[in-house]
Structure formats: structure tokens, C-alpha cells
Ligand binder design. Structure first.
Ligand code: ADP
Ligand code: MG
Length: 333
């Protein structure tokens, strides 16, 4: 074992429920200290994947190793892979500190040591002063931080998180994203973070694994996936992309909406004629929707000033162009 060997390896992992294939074939390495997000639409097999890593489901085929050791038959309890999820049940009959100490108590850690470690984690998670609070006296964000402290107090090699922020308000989500990324970098432990939310995955992870229908559709750094989606599934799932026919038969190209230019007059060769349909205010600009050749939907992101100048009316004809460097050729399905 060297430091460059992966911490986790899924090799040909498959999981079926009866005749249904929840995970079809998974090959995935996760490095030490990496923050990996597994992102995909609901039902694509994310939770199943995480639960297999946690030891809560057994793979139907294939192998999962941690530190080079086969884990398939190892119980969740013996894996050191705590799992935090959205509605992680804290014990209502224990106070904050007792909840955090629980895992240490189960491991027979003596009381003074338990106390010190629990207090350290409560402080790290900004929960100092809340030790004796009851769980029902905490906000959603505070509960989630207690849940994190409870999972981290045993200092596991990795933490598994399944949509941990999905029950929180938008402003809390942003704050907790910051808490989680800082914590992960400070501790240097591996995070495997499952989410259906693009913004969460792209904001936090070193590497993103896009899953669709029980398979990996693409793995890469957030920027790579965003700018160079490998196939139609990824292009449609992430970002606001235009998918257009390429130069050779069967080839498809992707042009991001924010790299599409809109002209009110025909600029000549290569411009796509398109009828304006509607506009939508997005945080970073305005997305204009068009109907292009053969009924294909096209999108362009414009600024408020550009929108004012264009003053588009539904049904009005425009021309869409993009710089050669803005088109990314997809490798194929
Ligand atoms: P995700 O977390 O990506 O939303 P899941 O991993 O929970 O997806 O589920 C993947 C698929 O497997 C879904 O279609 C789900 O209905 C199915 N599934 C999950 N758990 C079971 C189970 N215990 N029995 C039967 N089907 C299941
Ligand atoms: Mg899930």
C-alpha cells in the first residue's frame, strides 16, 4: 500500500433487486483525502452505491476494496465508514454532547477522553455552548452539524454523505457547503458526497462522478464536466447546453448557453436561424429560448443590457453564432 493507491476501489460492482438492476457496472477509484461527489438524477443508483460502500448493502457482483482489502463480506460496523444523510436520526433522549459521545462510548473510550474529544468536535463545528441542549431545541442546520460531529468524533478515514443538505433552507445550504469543504480540507479525510444537486457537487468536490441509470456517465473535475461533457446525457444534465449536429454524420457538438451569441440580423455563414420563444431570469443573466432548425430548442444567455437592445418578441427571427473555441465535440454515447 502506498499513499498513491486509491483508498476505495469499486471493481465491476453490480447490484440487483430481484430482476431490477439498480447499479449495472461500476468501476471507480477514490483517492485518499479526495472530495468526490456522486451526482445524478433521482433513482440512478447513488444511494445504493453509497450504501454498498458503507456495508449496508452487499454487491450482487464485483468487489469493493478499502485500503486494498476486500470489503464485500465486512459488516458496516467493522468498516469505519460512517454515513450521514438528510434525516440522520440523532437520539432525542440524549443531549448534544451525549449524541456526539455516543460512538466513542460504544467503542469503550473512557469518560474523560470521551468528554475531551466530544468538546473538541463541538467546537470545530461551531456548537460550543450547545452541549446540554436537547436535539428538539436545535435548528435544522445545528442538527446537521451535531450529526457531522457525531460521525467525525471517531476520526474515520472517510465520511459518506447522502444528500445531507437537502432538507435545509437555501441560505443554510450555502453556509453548510462552506463548513463541509473547509472541514474536509482541514482534516484531510476522504468525503464521498451523494447529491442530485449540480450546484452542491460543482461547488464542493475535487472530482464529480455523473451517474445515470446505474452507470457512470462521466468522471472529471467540475470544470471539465461543465465545459466538456462526454455525451448527451451529461450535456443535458449539467449546465445549460445546446446540443447540435457536428460536421460529420453522427457527431454532436455542445455549445454552452453563455457562449452563444444572438444577432438581430444574419451575420452570414454558419449562423443558425432561430425564432425567439421566451426568456427566463437566471441568477447570472437571462436565458433566451429559441426554436432552431428542425424544431430543436436553443438557448443563449444574455445580459440585461443585451436583452434590452434585442427587445425580442415571441416568434421574431434571430441568428445564433458561437466562436469556434466554444464548440466542444462530444466523444459519443
Ligand atoms: P438514487 O439515490 O440515485 O435516487 P437509489 O440508489 O436509491 O437511487 O435507487 C436506485 C434504484 O433502485 C431506484 O429505481 C430504486 O427504486 C431502486 N431500489 C433501491 N433500493 C431498493 C430496494 N431495496 N428494493 C428494490 N428496489 C430498490
Ligand atoms: Mg438517494
Amino acid at each position: 500500500m502506498t499513499d498513491t493507491d486509491p483508498l476505495v476501489r469499486f471493481s465491476g460492482v453490480r447490484k440487483t433487486y430481484g430482476t431490477f438492476e439498480a447499479v449495472k457496472h461500476l468501476d471507480l477509484d477514490i483517492g485518499r483525502g479526495e472530495f468526490v461527489a456522486i451526482m445524478g438524477p433521482s433513482g440512478c443508483g447513488k444511494t445504493t452505491t453509497l450504501r454498498m460502500l458503507a456495508g449496508l448493502e452487499e454487491p450482487t457482483a464485483g468487489e469493493i476494496t478499502i485500503d486494498g482489502k476486500r470489503m464485500n463480506e465486512v459488516s458496516a460496523h467493522d468498516r469505519d465508514t460512517p454515513l450521514v444523510w438528510q434525516s440522520l436520526a440523532l437520539f432525542p433522549f440524549l443531549n448534544v454532547k451525549e449524541n456526539v459521545e455516543f460512538g466513542l462510548k460504544m467503542r469503550g473510550v473512557p469518560k474523560p477522553d470521551r468528554h475531551g474529544r466530544a468538546m473538541l468536535w463541538l467546537e470545530r463545528l461551531g456548537l460550543k455552548g450547545f452541549e446540554t441542549r436537547r436535539i428538539d431545541q436545535l435548528s435544522g442546520g445545528q442538527r446537521q452539524r451535531v450529526a457531522l460531529a457525531r460521525s467525525l468524533v471517531t476520526e474515520p478515514r472517510m465520511l459518506l454523505l447522502d444528500e445531507p443538505l437537502s432538507a435545509l433552507d437555501a441560505h443554510l445550504v450555502i453556509r453548510m457547503q462552506g463548513v463541509l469543504t473547509r472541514l474536509q480540507k482541514e482534516l484531510g479525510i476522504t468525503f464521498v458526497y451523494v447529491t442530485h444537486s449540480q450546484s452542491e457537487a460543482f461547488a464542493m468536490a475535487d472530482r464529480v462522478v455523473i451517474m445515470g441509470h446505474g452507470e457512470i456517465a462521466q468522471i472529471g473535475k467540475p470544470q471539465e464536466i461543465f465545459r466538456a461533457p462526454k455525451n448527451r446525457f451529461v450535456a443535458e444534465f449539467v449546465g445549460r447546453n445546446n446540443i447540435l449536429p457536428g460536421k460529420t454524420p453522427g457527431q454532436e457538438i455542445v455549445v454552452a448557453a453563455d457562449r452563444m451569441q444572438v444577432s438581430a440580423s444574419d451575420p452570414g455563414e454558419g449562423a443558425l436561424p432561430a425564432e425567439f420563444l421566451s426568456e427566463e431570469f437566471a441568477g447570472t443573466g437571462i436565458i433566451c429560448y429559441f426554436e432552431g432548425p428542425e424544431g430543436v430548442e436553443l438557448k443563449a444567455q444574455v445580459t440585461e443590457d443585451q436583452l434590452e437592445n434585442l427587445a425580442p418578441e415571441p416568434g421574431q427571427r434571430f441568428w445564433l453564432t458561437w466562436a469556434p473555441g466554444a464548440a466542444h465535440v462530444m466523444a459519443g454515447t
